[in-house]
Design a protein around this ligand. Structure first.
Ligand code: AMP
Ligand code: GLY
Length: 420
């Protein structure tokens, strides 16, 4: 099979790696990819949101399956556009991707089907939002309705901060139309867990749980980022908790989407928080998470291409796969300054030396320049290791990190450490 993966980050590198191990694969393409992905797939210089470009390329090259990985093209309807031309595509259609595309939709869905989540209000004009915020409990969580590169959530500790959030989201429109409406919700306290699940709308099979590290600096300080590291499985996600989630969250969500005529086929990401009143949903994503995928997929044992095909055909219950009973850790190496201003174009040293230690290196923001591999984004690499022992997996990953260097490199030194 000829397969095209759409996207170009660490998550797509991990997906490409697993697909490249499939017996059914004859040729792998990735658009737009990155320097690391180019070692296992042919790079196609088409942007991940260029729907017309991806459709045309797929037609011209007789692609058998397109895997649409990032949120934007899914929410924009890339899968629908491909299907319309008779091209098979993995990922939810636009109708189902709304579960991530609109926080108002997902909150209303959870309310209607009694899926545990934070209490909330929706506002479509700044005056009413501010009026409500005068009497709201603090901290208050203020969310732009639509996609905002993971930056559309502001946790305001008082009215003053809340005012600033409403101004930037609804008046200054820093996230564009994503800020036409806001969701204001109660602040939940607890540990966050990510569970990615395969579903074809009839069956839902969770992968190993994971925990992300969203803040830029050690001890969960600094700004929120796209994720500075992850590990899998989460030590606090017990068998009992998994059962609770299956009964109260995972199956009800799949069935709710069916009842709304929005059957979800793809990977559904549950952003969960374990509170003293049980597990609640913080958010849904309509895709694999980044960097959770770089920690979770190395544990996957089976043929990922076969799983993707089974999901499209509605026979997920028939395919066999499992997850290794090991601990997996991913440490993100970023450009200094990220998630704010940073510089790129710096040569990356030590990649082969790190690989020779047995770690996997997933590229995120890298590209080739004059025969060298240079930085090209905020998050640059994910260095990942597995072991039976959690502490050893962390050590191995950091041994890999130590071999790699580039100017102004930044990484957290405490990924997973709170659990050992
Ligand atoms: P989201 O994009 O909805 O996942 O939100 C980004 C981050 O904001 C989450 O990973 C949480 O750390 C935090 N967050 C979102 N909603 C809440 C909430 N209701 N209570 C506490 N923290 C939250
Ligand atoms: N790691 C969070 C996300 O993928 O949105």
């Amino acid at each position: 099979m000829k397969v095209l993966v759409v996207g170009g980050g660490g998550r797509e590198h991990a997906i490409c790696q697993k697909l490249s191990e499939s017996k059914k694969l004859t040729k792998l393409y990735c658009a737009p990819g990155n320097a690391g992905i180019s070692e296992i797939a042919e790079i196609v210089p088409i942007g991940a949101t260029d729907i017309e470009g991806i459709v045309n390329f797929s037609k011209e090259n007789k692609i058998d399956l397109v895997v649409v990985s990032p949120d934007d093209p899914l929410v924009m309807g890339m899968v629908d556009a491909l299907n319309k031309e008779g091209i098979r595509a993995f990922g939810p259609d636009k109708n189902a991707a709304i579960i991530e595309g609109s926080k108002v939709f997902s909150k209303e869905l959870m309310k209607k089907y009694n899926i545990p989540t934070a209490k909330y209000e929706v506002f479509d004009n700044p005056q009413n939002a501010l009026e409500y915020l005068k009497g709201a409990p603090y901290p208050a969580v203020i969310k732009a309705e639509g996609l905002a590169l993971g930056k559309g959530v502001i946790i305001a500790k008082d009215y003053n901060e809340a005012q600033g959030a409403i101004k930037s989201i609804m008046v200054d429109k820093v996230f564009g139309a994503s800020g036409n409406r806001v969701v204001i919700e109660e602040f939940l306290e607890g540990t966050e867990i990510s569970v990615l699940a395969f579903t074809d709308g009839k069956t839902i099979i969770p992968m190993k749980s994971a925990q992300d590290h969203k803040r830029a600096l050690d001890n969960d300080e600094g700004l929120n980022t796209g994720g500075m590291g992850a590990f899998s499985p989460s030590p606090i996600y017990t068998k009992e908790m998994e059962k609770e989630c299956m009964e109260k969250i995972f199956i009800p969500t799949m069935e709710a989407m069916n009842k709304e005529n929005r059957t979800f086929r793809g990977v559904l990401y549950f952003g969960l928080i374990s509170t003293k009143d049980g597990v609640k949903v913080i958010e849904y994503n309509c895709r694999f998470g980044d960097p959770e995928t770089q920690a979770v997929l190395p544990l996957f044992s089976g043929d990922l291409l076969e799983v993707f095909e089974a999901i499209i055909d509605g026979r997920l219950s028939e395919v066999k796969f499992s997850f290794k009973d090991e601990k997996s850790v991913c440490i993100v190496m970023a450009s200094g300054g990220y998630p704010q201003k940073y510089e790129t174009g710096y040569e990356i040293f030590g990649l082969d030396e790190a690989k020779s230690l047995g770690v996997s290196i997933y590229h995120a923001g890298t590209k080739h320049k004059d025969g060298k591999i240079v930085t090209s984004g905020g998050r640059v690499l994910g260095v990942c290791a597995q072991d039976k022992d959690f502490k050893r997996a962390i050590e191995k990953a950091y041994e890999g990190v130590k071999k790699i260097s580039f100017t102004n490199c930044h990484f957290r030194t405490d990924i997973g450490k709170k659990y050992i």
